[in-house]
Design a protein around this ligand. Structure first.
Ligand code: PD2
Ligand code: ZN
Length: 278
């Protein structure tokens, strides 16, 4: 191989070494040792060298996505018309108004309330669950279609996000008392962590999240997106949707539940998977 030609592979190697913290002087030394002239090596490192465009990250997967072309103020989601209150392209994030009727919110809370237990998070080493001080809410999961109300909401979400019901987890209901919060986190599973194999085997990666507000706390309890300096107010019946095309922080989908300052907060979270979740 002609060492003076900057192939896509070499360019990628340079990018990776630089991202890994390798200093330019060290890279120059190893390039010189491989036969590069000092001038061409410096040009390559400074991005001045001619060469093919480096390979791009893997193409984005198909993702859950509402039908918002033409910027409608509302969308028909199966049996209900839902308002579009806010949209962001990158990351993809949409705030919906009136996804659930007030009585649907109340009925879901009433059905979930007897089964609430301190929320757990996935232990990345083992794939099991544990109680975590970063998450001081109580929660429960419905099975998919467990009660007719769940089935109706799931069908509505599937129509809204153009994603099959079978690729969704059951609804999770969370209850935050005053002071409770959910510290910022990502909802995708990190495939590099041990213990994720079993989690991913059941439906593949999470691709998107829909947090539905089941009541309006008096103060606090916003869903926060620290990378975007964005806070979504928890308003009964409304929902925030966001998607992530890869399990990486570069998606800027870090999000949390801010502490509830007065009153209680109830939400239902729906996660959409790549494949069938059973
Ligand atoms: O309750 C919320 O606002 C919230 C924030 C972050 C819920 C979740 N994440 C979740 O259920 O993953
Ligand atoms: Zn979350």
């Amino acid at each position: 191989m002609n060492p003076q030609v900057l192939t896509p592979e070499l360019r990628q190697w340079l990018v990776e070494q630089t991202q890994a913290g390798c200093r330019h002087e060290e890279l120059l030394a190893s390039m010189r040792a491989s036969g590069w002239s000092d001038e061409v090596a410096r040009a390559a490192l400074q991005g001045r060298a001619q060469g093919p465009v480096p390979p791009q990250p893997p193409p984005a997967l198909r993702l859950p996505e509402p039908a918002l072309s033409g910027s409608p103020s509302s969308v028909l989601a199966g049996d209900r018309r839902v308002q579009v209150l806010l949209t962001l392209q990158r990351p993809r994030l949409v705030v919906f108004g009136g996804l659930l009727a007030d009585d649907e919110c109340d009925l879901l809370v009433a059905a979930a309330a007897p089964r609430m237990a301190r929320s757990e998070t996935v232990v990345i080493q083992s794939g099991g669950n544990e109680i975590n001080p970063a998450r001081t809410s109580e929660g429960m999961f419905f099975g998919r279609g467990e009660i007719p109300l769940c089935a109706r909401i799931e069908a509505r979400i599937a129509a809204l996000l153009q994603w099959p019901v079978r690729n969704g987890e059951g609804l999770q209901v969370l209850h935050y008392r005053p002071g409770a919060e959910y510290k910022p986190h990502h909802d995708y599973f990190d495939p590099a962590e041990p213990g994720m194999g079993a989690v991913l085997a059941r439906g593949g990666q999470r691709l998107a999240t829909l947090v539905i507000y089941l009541n309006t706390p008096e103060r606090g309890g916003a869903t926060t997106f620290p990378d975007l300096a964005l806070e979504v107010s928890p308003i009964k019946g409304n929902a925030v949707f966001f998607s992530y095309d890869r399990p990486q922080a570069s998606t800027r989908t870090l999000h949390g539940g801010a502490p509830v300052l007065a009153g209680d907060k109830w939400v239902a979270t729906k996660w959409l998977r790549e494949g069938e979740f059973n």
